[in-house]
Every structure is written in structure tokens, then in C-alpha cells.
Design a protein around this ligand. Structure first.
Ligand SMILES: Nc1ncnc2c1ncn2[C@@H]1O[C@H](COP(=O)(O)OP(=O)(O)OP(=O)(O)O)[C@@H](O)[C@H]1O
Ligand SMILES: Nc1nc2c(c(=O)[nH]1)N[C@H]1C(S)=C(S)[C@@H](COP(=O)(O)O)O[C@H]1N2
Length: 176
């Protein structure tokens, strides 16, 4: 078992009910497999769009499972049941608004409706939580834009050292 554990959370009523197969969680898993050069373990979860269940899931992944990074997909839009950003912020100590700003910026080059996502990122203790939209195609688009800053962010919150495959992704760590 690796000391680097990463939570992968699909937030979807319909995937939970079995109306479609979850493609978001596997897309995040594949992305991390491509980008990371360190050994790591995935801790996957599938939850419906209810604030209590999303909050409980994030808290469990951070505090019990010891995930240094939790990536969610789905529930970031304006629909009545979309509450992933609220659930994230409710269980976190610090909000990192730059993540959402940058992800929306790159997504707007792909789809005008990217502006509808309220995706954010935040810190709980020594864990970083990053929200992605539900559309499986949004996963690599958004993560490519912010991933270079993720390993250093985890360094700063006393998490484990994440390393990347330089031919796929160069993690930026400022010179000390
Ligand atoms: N986890 C997923 N796996 C596969 N496709 C998904 C997933 N989440 C979203 N999609 C696709 O992206 C489209 C847009 O996502 P939408 O915003 O409706 O998802 P959502 O708000 O998470 O809804 P639900 O909770 O019912 O999945 C969906 O119609 C579906 O085709
Ligand atoms: N890169 C990217 N971002 C995207 C999209 C997309 O297809 N690609 N879909 C948008 C749409 S249509 C919505 S409604 C919001 C919120 O989606 P969610 O509720 O599934 O999280 O994300 C937006 N961001």
C-alpha cells in the first residue's frame, strides 16, 4: 500500500441509481495513472447529489482514509440538486479560488456553458479537494490546467511528495 492515497468521488444521482455507468471516476483514475510517476492508491467513491452524503464522503476520505488529494466530478452546476461546491466548502478550512477560475477559463475555450460550473478547490487539514464538472470530457481539460500546481500545494499542507512524468506533466515547485 502506498502512502499516497487519492480519493476519486463521482457525484451523480443517475450513476448512483444505475441509469448510466459512471465514466467520470474511471476517467480521473486513468488521468492520474498517466500523469503521476510516484506510486499511489485510488480510493473510489460514488455518491448521490445530497449535501450530507458528499460532506461525509469528503471527511471520510481526508480524515479516515488519509487521502492527500480528493478529486470530485459532478454536481457543480446551477441545477437545484448541484451542491458539490457547497459540500466541499462546508468541510474545508481554506478556499483556493484560483483553481475554479483557471478551470473555467480553459473550459470556456471548449464550451460556452463552462461558465455554469461553480467548481472550486479547498483545503481540509493536510488534504486538497478539487471539484470537476460531471462531463467526463471535462476531466482532462480541467486537470491539465491546474495539475502543475497540485504537488507543490500538497507540499505546503505537509502532505506526501507527488511526482509527475515530465513528458506528460511538469509539476512546478518554486526554487527555495
Ligand atoms: N459520472 C458520469 N459518468 C458518465 N457520464 C456522465 C457522468 N456525469 C455526467 N455525465 C454525462 O454528462 C452529462 C451532463 O452531466 P449533468 O450535469 O447532467 O450531470 P449531473 O448534474 O451530475 O447529473 P446526475 O447527477 O443525474 O448524473 C450527462 O447527461 C451525462 O451524459
Ligand atoms: N471542460 C468542460 N467544462 C464544463 C462542461 C464541459 O462539457 N466541459 N460542461 C459545463 C456544463 S454544461 C455545466 S452545467 C457545468 C456543471 O456541470 P456539473 O453539474 O455536471 O458539474 O459544467 C460546465 N463545465
Amino acid at each position: 500500500m502506498s502512502d499516497i492515497r487519492i480519493g476519486i468521488v463521482t457525484v451523480s444521482d443517475r450513476a448512483c441509481r444505475g441509469e448510466y455507468e459512471d465514466r467520470g471516476g474511471p476517467a480521473i483514475h486513468d488521468y492520474l495513472g498517466e500523469v503521476l510517476s510516484c506510486s499511489w492508491d485510488a480510493v473510489p467513491r460514488l455518491v448521490p447529489d445530497t449535501i450530507a452524503e458528499i460532506q461525509d464522503c469528503i471527511v471520510q476520505l481526508c480524515d479516515v482514509e488519509g487521502c492527500c488529494l480528493v478529486i470530485t466530478t459532478g454536481g457543480t452546476g446551477p441545477a437545484k440538486r448541484d451542491v458539490t461546491p457547497e459540500a466541499t466548502e462546508a468541510v474545508c478550512d481554506k478556499i483556493l479560488p484560483g483553481f475554479g477560475e483557471r478551470m473555467r477559463e480553459v473550459s470556456l475555450e471548449k464550451v460556452p456553458t463552462a461558465i455554469l460550473s461553480r467548481q472550486t478547490a479547498a483545503i481540509r487539514g493536510s488534504s486538497l479537494i478539487v471539484n470537476l464538472p460531471g462531463k467526463p470530457s471535462a476531466i482532462a481539460e480541467c486537470l491539465d490546467a491546474v495539475f502543475p500546481a497540485i504537488p507543490y500545494c500538497i507540499d505546503l499542507i505537509d502532505g506526501p511528495r507527488l511526482t509527475t512524468r515530465p513528458e506528460r506533466m511538469v509539476a512546478f515547485r518554486p526554487q527555495k
